[in-house]
Design a protein around this ligand. Structure first.
Ligand code: DGJ
Length: 729
């Protein structure tokens, strides 16, 4: 049984294969968190200790007992405004204007299977042994109710959470904070790892000790953003890749989020994660419900690698659409860096032709094929083919690509509109802007108001009409701006604080409609590179373009940071031209491929412009990915070095599920005269198996490779990668 309620002790225990999560009904019905960590057989009601301390606030029912205080009772889902002064999980403005919610246990139920959310993505039940726990809490004065919902996936050490906030009282209430989860720890000996960045520098890991006060990572840009990822790790200060307690949390959400970690003077650490309260003000009439997005939590005693593997398996088996599990993305050529918007049909056919010759499997036409799109200033919103550029139209052009034996993919940016477009001329009030104010532009475009069903439906109709007979195999879904001037012409003043979350719900509705209308199509998420790299998007799309920075040396850190939470097979990664368009750096085509192998792999350049020698290299690379891509991208991934600490070289590897095959990438970042030999200790192999490594002419046991290591070749160049293929005989 993975969920048990101990009636006598009033303790809930949620057990997975290696973890235990516990909370209980404490004095006066407060729900008190007890423990989350390595699996234990006991119930942990002995852990909280009631003592008196100075300046405490006591619940009324405690009368003269001053040991009962919410300063020390770590609530499972703390409400704002009573006497819990740390960051709240939920806050409401009641009908009388008071800002207070005091939640007490009412009842619970334990169910087989996994709950689902209304209009929002969440981990899927598919082929998994899930259990659900619902705990109903109520504020006895206002009849505000919160149902805490927990999903337990025993086999992958995953616990999911969300909350349903229901107004069962008489007057209208406004919700101004509604987190998905709250977790507490009775220690301040913790490091926090979050993932910061910007355009071209997404998901750089940053590890700092937690400290008194609050640390918040968040987004107010309308998308989860390049700047902070909606995921965070807490770990023991000594935790490494291979050992130590690590807790990870990731939101299945693509909009404004916030994750706050707070430490108080009693050495308690609290984490809350959910929709960003800064941009949330949600009206709840009597009977109304606000449902939070899902938070996915995991714990591993086996360090960061163990934690990452739990997340990676959850993403593979319970998040991405089922039909793409362990299905390698076709090796693709994308024309963006080759032509930008400025292309015509024959140029594209030329690029596709050469790609086919070199073994590539799919041609993807990027931005520029629709409406008045002759430059970045116009056309968005009109999803009809620009026949001046593509006289064959989309079905005709797709046919030409298919006739070459290639699959066909296409780019869209459905959430956007340019003022110079037919859509804007017909519906100027369909975009997000404040009436009477000139709107902020980004890339000269505005965001469509997806909080409105008619806007979502119209965009769907356009795309459906254009694509329904075209035999499209792949769609790249881009999103190129931050949300500003937040105002919807369809919402009354008091409900403008609902726009950001309603936008995300509208976005998910369109993603749902389009992916259902084209179930065979592989979608790729994108937002100016990796500006919306989150579990919300991955529910609909099996991959996301990792970054517009395609420089292999920069990709080392981007892909390393991304891999903490997300598996390599969801990371869009391409070989692009050199000098690199973003950094001006030139590295060999094999080094570029070595990084891209550990992602979806493809090309983003004009293959016609490559030398004979480079073309031959491409041929070999495509063959290599066809043979080993499933291991590189879909295997168990191991980070062998920390690229920020070890700047001389970097190594990482992936191992197939049966441990019979592995691929190791080694990148010498800085060369030097008269250097010693570098030994890399591999991971995840079968000790007893003998592995052939043809590139090195070696045959060694897994034990030797893991415990004695593998000598790396001497390379007389900076930024040079080598890839080693391991095959167990
Ligand atoms: C941003 C994306 O990240 C690029 O790959 C490309 O699709 C451009 N947008 C097109 O406008």
């Amino acid at each position: 049984m993975s969920i048990i309620y101990d009636k006598e002790k009033q303790v809930f225990r949620l057990d997975t294969r290696n973890t235990t999560y516990q909370f209980r009904v404490a004095e006066f019905g407060f729900l008190e968190h007890l423990y989350y960590g390595r699996r234990i057989p006991d119930t942990a009601e002995y852990l909280p200790v009631r003592i008196r301390h100075g300046f405490e606030a006591n619940p009324h029912e405690a009368e003269k007992d001053r040991t009962i205080s919410l300063d020390l009772i770590e609530q499972e889902y703390p409400g704002f405004g009573v006497s819990d002064f740390k960051v709240a999980a939920v806050s409401v403005i009641n009908g009388d204007g008071s800002n207070c919610i005091d939640l007490r246990y009412v009842s619970h139920r334990i169910m087989e299977g996994k709950y689902s959310l209304n209009g929002m993505p969440s981990l899927r039940e598919q082929d998994g042994f899930w259990k659900t726990l619902e705990v109903l809490l109520r504020d006895p004065y206002t009849d505000m109710e919160v149902t805490l919902v927990y999903g337990v996936l025993e086999e992958h050490d995953i616990i999911t959470r969300c909350a349903r906030i229901r107004n069962m009282g008489k007057g209208t209430v406004y919700v101004n904070a509604a987190h998905s989860a709250c977790i507490s720890f009775p220690t301040d000996q913790m490091d926090m790892i979050s993932f910061y960045g910007s355009w071209g520098h997404e998901r750089c890991p940053e590890r700092t000790p937690v400290r008194h006060g609050k640390i918040t990572v968040d987004s107010v840009r309308g998308i989860s953003s390049h700047y902070q990822n909606p995921s965070t790790v807490l770990c023991a200060p000594g935790a490494t890749e291979d050992s130590g307690d690590c807790w990870g949390i990731a939101l299945v959400y693509s909009g404004n989020f916030a994750i706050t970690v707070e430490v108080n003077d009693f050495k308690q650490t609290r984490l809350v994660a959910g929709v960003n309260p800064e941009t949330l003000y949600w009206e709840l009439e009597t009977g109304g419900v606000f449902e939070t997005p899902e938070a996915v939590m995991t714990y591993s005693a086996l360090g960061l690698t163990g934690m990452s593997h739990n997340f990676h398996r959850a993403v593979k088996y319970h998040l991405i659409p089922k039909q793409f599990i362990d299905q390698r993305c076709p090796v693709l050529i994308n024309n963006w860096e080759a032509t930008m918007i400025d292309f015509d049909e024959e140029m594209l056919v030329d690029i596709a032709g050469k790609a086919k010759e070199l073994g590539v499997e799919m041609f993807v036409m990027d931005d520029g094929w629709f409406g008045r799109r002759t430059d970045e200033y116009r056309g968005l919103g009109d999803w009809q083919c620009n026949l001046d550029k593509l006289p064959s139209g989309i079905p005709g052009f797709a046919r030409r690509i298919h006739e070459k034996g290639l699959k066909f993919g296409i780019w869209i940016e459905p959430e956007m509109v340019n003022e110079d477009s037919r859509l804007y001329e017909e519906h100027p009030d369909w975009c997000i802007r404040i009436p009477g104010r000139k709107p902020t532009r980004q890339r000269y475009q505005l965001i469509l108001d997806f909080s409105r069903d008619e806007v979502v439906d119209q965009v769907f109709e356009q795309l459906y009409e254009e694509f329904k007979d075209a035999g499209i195999d792949y769609i790249k879904w881009d999103m190129n701006r931050s949300m500003t001037d937040r105002f919807s012409a369809a919402l009354p003043a008091r409900r403008q604080g609902e726009l950001c979350h309603r936008y995300v719900l509208g976005l998910y509705r369109l993603m749902d409609k389009l992916t259902r209308a084209f179930p065979g199509v592989r979608f790729e998420g994108c937002s100016g590179g990796g500006g919306r790299f989150d579990m919300g998007v991955l529910y609909y799309m099996p991959q996301i373009w990792c970054s517009d920075d395609t420089d292999a040396m920069e990709r080392i850190l981007i892909q390393y940071g991304t891999s903490m939470i997300y598996p390599p097979f969801v990371m869009g990664a391409h070989v692009s031209e050199c000098p690199n368009q973003q950094t001006g750096r030139t590295v060999s085509i094999d080094t570029r491929a070595a990084l891209a192998y550990f992602g979806t792999f493809g090309y983003e350049l004009d293959l016609n412009l490559l030398s004979e020698e480079e073309q031959e290299a491409v041929r070999k690379q495509v063959r290599y990915y066809k043979d080993h891509g499933l291991v590189c991208a879909h295997g168990d991934h191991y980070r062998l070095t920390d690229p920020e600490k070890e700047r001389e070289y970097t190594a990482f590897m992936s191992v197939s599920a049966d441990k019979k095959a592995a691929v190791v990438a080694y990148v010498q970042r800085v060369s030097g005269a008269n250097k010693g030999i570098i030994y890399i200790k591999l991971k995840g192999l079968e000790e007893q198996s003998l592995y052939e490594i043809p590139e090195l002419g070696l045959r060694c046991s897994g034990a030797a490779l893991m415990y004695a290591g593998l000598p790396m070749p001497v390379i007389k160049a900076d930024n040079e990668a080598r890839v080693f293929t391991l095959c167990a005989g």
